[in-house]
Design a binder for this molecule. Structure first.
Ligand code: HEM
Length: 452
């Protein structure tokens, strides 16, 4: 009797260890299909450095709408279909709403901004105040401002069409600084604008996977991110009573309501939420293409390349709503959306999706799937046949998923609509001509970062 108890314990331990090993092996084999995984490095060599959405899109043909990639042990799930994105990121939002930890961004102080924050109480607080301030009803108060800036853009472009990219960036920056802090941007050298843009440039570099820099540079980046975050807020707070702060604006709305009663934590949340609003509006990579800026530049390109669409939209200005979603579909500003992170093991369609996976929605593929959008590379607003339901499908994908979907959607659409309708009502957009009078089409290539 006395010898059989330890033997039984040993047997039970061996069986349970064996079971756990077997279970983990079954799980590993049961993950979604994907490129070949080598020991240790996984499929890392298969992931291109640039234009990843194009490769992911090819994988959709080989492996299907959900693809598993192992990058040096980090599980990545690429979603190539709007249905799967909705099933997972929307419907199971409670476990798909984290963000991957980006070490460099954390070192630069960026993870205080709720765009990158984990699915936490502080994220919830910041998200709440931004969502409240930018509902589709609330953003109407900013329409006149968006229209005024759109008109300034048109004036500037008529004076000098070659400044299109710079002027678009300036006007988008002016709108967002006015709306976030009540600050009126006087020109391209406005310090809040330049610091904001530089900060977003560093921030973008810091969030690019694999970025590592020395201590000094990290400290320098952190300083700029902090200045861009705090300076306009402190300016707004200090000048609220003096009348120099233009109203209404996001910070003033809460500063006035909370008066002096705001706790340190609440104030910190407001500061970073405002910085996220500025970041959503300004951005990044080459410090010239914000989401909004990117979409507006694509609109100009589409009009140059498709004069018949332009004429049609001009004939009946209401139709501009057609080109709007087609711009978002044709060249989405964020071709891979923004990565989510899975906080619990999950099973979908019998496939095992491991906890900690980085979940990447391949927005580009969803909007270029020939089964859904025939001739996807063609810019064709008629494909929606004027149906709101069809156009909404595009904007829903373009602005992200589930609990992390873009809270600035209605506001961003307002800015875009103001620019598109003002430009079409007043200008003809056409390519330049060379000295012999030949048409020269723009030689455009899209950048390959988070924002293309
Ligand atoms: C055309 C313009 C824009 C596009 C295409 C766009 C797109 C996106 C996308 C794809 C995401 C990630 C969604 C996800 O994780 O699934 C996002 C998040 C976000 N956007 Fe926008 N955005 C635009 C403009 C704006 C503007 C103007 C603001 C400011 C009001 C803004 C504020 C934010 C914030 C704060 C987040 C983070 C949300 C979170 O993590 O909970 N965006 N946006």
């Amino acid at each position: 009797m006395s010898g059989s108890v330890p033997t039984a314990i040993l047997v039970a331990a061996v069986i349970s260890a064996g079971y756990l090993f077997w279970k983990s092996a079954v799980r590993k084999n049961n993950v979604p299909p994907g490129p070949h995984r080598w020991p240790l490095i996984g499929s890392v060599l298969e992931i291109p450095q640039t234009y990843q959405w194009v490769t992911f899109s090819k994988w959709a043909k080989t492996y299907g709408s959900i693809v598993y990639v192992d990058a040096l042990g980090q599980p990545i799930i690429v979603i190539n279909s709007a249905k799967v994105a909705s099933d997972l990121l929307d419907k199971r939002g409670s476990i798909y709403s984290d963000r991957p930890i980006l070490m460099m961004a954390a070192l630069c102080g960026g993870t205080n901004s709720f765009v990158l924050q984990s699915y936490s109480e502080s994220w919830r607080q910041q998200r709440k105040i931004v969502a409240q301030a930018f509902t589709s009803a609330a953003v109407r108060r900013y329409y006149p401002l968006q229209e005024t800036e759109a008109r300034k853009l048109v004036h500037g472009l008529i004076d000098d069409p070659s400044t299109l990219a710079r002027q678009t960036q300036l006007r988008i920056g002016a709108i967002i600084l006015r709306v976030a802090y009540g600050h009126y941007v006087t020109g391209e050298n406005d310090p809040f604008l330049t610091t904001g843009l530089t900060s977003m440039e560093y921030f973008s570099k810091a969030t690019t996977p694999g970025t590592l820099t020395g201590d000094t540079i990290t400290k320098q980046w952190r300083k700029i991110v902090m200045r861009a975050t705090w300076d306009p807020y402190l300016w707004c707070k200090k000048n609220l009573a003096t009348g120099t702060v233009l109203l209404p604006n996001f910070c003033a709305q809460y500063l006035a309501a909370e008066d002096v009663k705001m706790s340190e934590e609440q104030e910190e949340n407001l500061v970073w939420a405002a910085a996220s609003v500025m970041g959503g509006g300004l951005d990044t990579a080459s410090s010239i293409r914000a989401y909004n800026t990117s979409s507006i530049l694509t609109f100009f390109l589409a009009m140059i390349l498709n004069p018949s669409v332009q004429r049609k939209a001009q004939e009946e200005i209401d139709r501009v709503i057609g080109p709007d979603p087609e711009v978002f579909r044709w060249q989405p500003a964020a071709p891979l959306g923004m990565a989510h992170s899975l906080s619990q093991d999950d099973v979908y369609d019998g496939m095992h999706l491991p906890k900690g996976s980085v979940v990447i929605p391949n927005v580009w593929h969803m909007l270029h799937d020939p089964e859904v959008y025939p001739n996807p590379m063609e810019f064709d607003p008629d494909r929606y046949q004027g149906l709101d339901s069809e156009m909404d499908k595009v904007t829903d994908i373009n602005f992200g998923f589930g609990r992390r979907a873009c809270p600035g959607k209605s506001f961003a659409e307002g800015t875009f609509f103001a620019v598109v309708s003002t430009v079409l009502a007043t200008c003809e957009i056409s390519p330049i001509q060379d000295t012999e009078g030949n048409t020269v089409l723009p030689d455009i290539s899209y950048t390959s970062g988070t924002i293309s």
